[in-house]
Design a protein around this ligand. Structure first.
Ligand code: ZN
Length: 105
């Protein structure tokens, strides 16, 4: 049962722990797709010697996707992390007024 906002008493609050997990996951996914897309569809990114081997391009795309995914996950994590209020307890964010607060379990 989520608490209501301590400032505006709105019941529309989200748990920031959940938001951080979602942000990390979606950031990783978005980063992976972007990295793979750039590696696959940007000409001239590969050395000329490997251009004859389609598998190499796929391998580069996989590596690019993995590294971009890590960067994306870190970005998503950071994005939500700075919303966290200091202190103990479960972090919540009010969607009504944007107030972040913690509730001790
Ligand atoms: Zn509020």
């Amino acid at each position: 049962m989520p608490p209501s906002c301590s400032r505006c008493v709105s019941p529309r609050v989200i748990n920031l722990e959940t938001a951080r997990k979602l942000g990390t996951a979606t950031g990783a996914l978005a980063g992976s797709l972007k990295g793979a897309y750039v590696a696959l569809y940007t000409p001239g990114r590969l050395p000329a010697s490997s251009a004859h081997f389609p598998l190499s391009r796929v391998a580069v795309a996989v590596i690019a996707a993995a590294s971009s995914g890590i960067a994306g996950a870190a970005a998503g994590h950071q994005m939500v992390q700075h919303l966290f209020p200091p202190g103990e307890g479960s972090p919540w964010l009010c969607l009504g007024c944007g107030h972040a607060f913690r509730v001790l379990d």
